[in-house]
Design a protein around this ligand. Structure first.
Ligand code: THU
Length: 142
């Protein structure tokens, strides 16, 4: 199935609208595409105690996994400071913890990570490119 990158970035911007960011004012949205063509949305959710904060990417993954979904094709990610318009800032790359969560559920050579900066401006990576030599479930089988 060909992935519609621009649509997925647009869905990430929709997800970003719900970002709860009273502390960092850094707003992230993610749109996670499953093998069945379903899109799970995620935003970052901050906390007064700081460490319970959940990234947008993990929100999307945990929503999907908690519904029983295990097959994923791609995730689009957008992020910018509150008040900035799409495309005004830079690309927002996923943090290391989120890359590790992707490694748990995705084939690193196949799963695609789309970084959007404005709806028609994006870069595409595989998980392997953003997390080389990642440690995943297969390592425990060796
Ligand atoms: N954040 C994400 O949602 N995803 C990332 O991959 C990077 C960081 C959030 C966490 C926090 O709410 C804010 O951005 C600033 O770190």
């Amino acid at each position: 199935m060909a992935i519609d990158y621009e649509k997925l970035v647009a869905e990430a911007y929709k997800a970003q609208k719900n970002a709860y960011t009273p502390y960092s004012h850094w707003q992230v949205g993610a749109a996670l595409l499953t093998e069945d063509g379903v899109i799970y949305h995620g935003c970052n959710i901050e906390n007064a105690s700081y460490t319970p904060t959940n990234c947008a990417e993990r929100t999307a993954f945990f929503k999907a996994v908690s519904e029983g979904v295990r097959g994923f094709l791609a995730i689009a990610i957008v992020g910018n400071r509150e008040g900035q318009k799409p495309g005004e800032g830079d690309f927002c790359a996923p943090c290391g913890v989120c890359r590790q969560v992707m490694q748990e559920f995705c084939n690193p050579t196949v799963f695609q990570i789309i970084l959007g900066n404005g709806t028609d401006h994006y870069k595409v990576y595989t998980l392997e490119e953003l997390l080389p030599m990642g440690f995943g479930p297969d390592n425990l089988l060796l």
